[in-house]
Design a protein around this ligand. Structure first.
Ligand SMILES: [Zn+2]
Length: 70
């Protein structure tokens, strides 16, 4: 089961992006900007967890495309 993080730093549109740590893509935020979300079976539950921290949350288009909107 992959672990996820949410970027503490919002995108220019205000979204806080949720990333899959196991993917190891260059899209991952800097370590200091990663709010750990723990392990999730899917990005959708990781997004739910991220909503506990931020109201505007979106899946990363690169490593969590199933949860990316807009
Ligand atoms: Zn990503």
């Amino acid at each position: 089961m992959p672990s996820f993080c949410v970027n503490r730093s919002a995108q220019s549109n205000g979204d806080h992006e949720v990333h899959d740590n196991s993917i190891e893509r260059s899209c991952l935020p800097m370590l200091s900007n990663r709010q750990d979300l723990g392990y999730h079976a899917s990005c959708s539950s990781a997004v739910q967890a991220a909503r506990g921290y931020y109201t505007q949350v979106n899946g990363c288009a690169h490593c969590a495309p199933a949860c990316h909107t807009g």
